[in-house]
Design a protein around this ligand. Structure first.
Ligand SMILES: [Zn+2]
Length: 219
């Protein structure tokens, strides 16, 4: 009997305490539930990041078509003989030392000529001493030019993909025999196309690398 009496206050205390704990726990539990609903283990900063990321993605969508750049990275012909290099040379028709703005790749008339990168055809027409001529824009001022073609299979405004047939070797315009005159231009300036006739991205990166640094040489 005495034991029963002493137990009562303890039970009452536990009951009281338990109720208090449930009451106290309720707000805390509610907060945890809110956090779970926002599905954010990193807290509020994470949802801000996600909103920002969504902005970046929409920005990317809006600018991607303009910013796309495709770097020429293959041979414009399957088999050819390099008959005239880029740079100063004695002109085969006009004579005298002149800057050759591309390279000459000799191949039989009718040999297929391929786009060397994705791009937009800027010109496909007769063009002065180039004869039948195709010009492709690749973004960021990069351009490829194909001269002396016997014919072409694209029109100005066409989108082309790397490796796509664009025309055939010929000897139209100022030419001594069937060959492709191939140019790569950056912002209008002719550059040596040879580094742009390789396939790997590492080779591309090396070909494109320009910068300040040590220079030297015996002369
Ligand atoms: Zn040429």
């Amino acid at each position: 009997m005495a034991a029963a009496i002493t137990r009562k206050p303890i039970t009452a205390l536990l009951a009281c305490c338990g109720a208090f704990m449930v009451m106290a726990a309720s707000p805390a539990y509610a907060r945890t539930d809110d956090a779970a609903l926002s599905a954010s283990p990193l807290g509020e900063g994470d949802s801000q990041f996600r909103a920002l990321f969504a902005d970046w993605k929409s920005l990317d969508r809006n600018t991607a078509p303009i910013a796309k750049v495709s770097i020429p990275s293959q041979m414009p012909l399957e088999k050819a003989t390099l008959t005239s290099d880029f740079g100063m040379r004695i002109h085969p028709v006009l004579g005298g030392r002149r800057a050759h703005k591309g390279i000459d790749l000799a191949a039989p008339s009718g040999t297929p000529v391929y786009a060397t990168a994705d791009g937009l055809v800027g010109m496909a027409q007769w063009f002065s001493s180039y004869g039948n001529y195709v010009q492709i824009e690749h973004g960021a001022g990069l351009e490829t030019r194909f001269g002396h073609l016997s014919g072409y299979t694209v029109r100005a405004g066409d989108r082309v993909t790397k490796g796509q047939l664009i025309g055939y070797v010929g000897s139209t315009g100022r030419s001594t025999g069937p060959h492709l005159h191939y140019e790569v231009r950056i912002a209008g300036d002719a550059v040596n196309p040879l580094p742009y006739m390789v396939e790997t991205t590492a080779q591309e990166a090396f070909a494109l690398a320009r910068g300040e640094g040590g220079k030297g040489g015996p002369e």
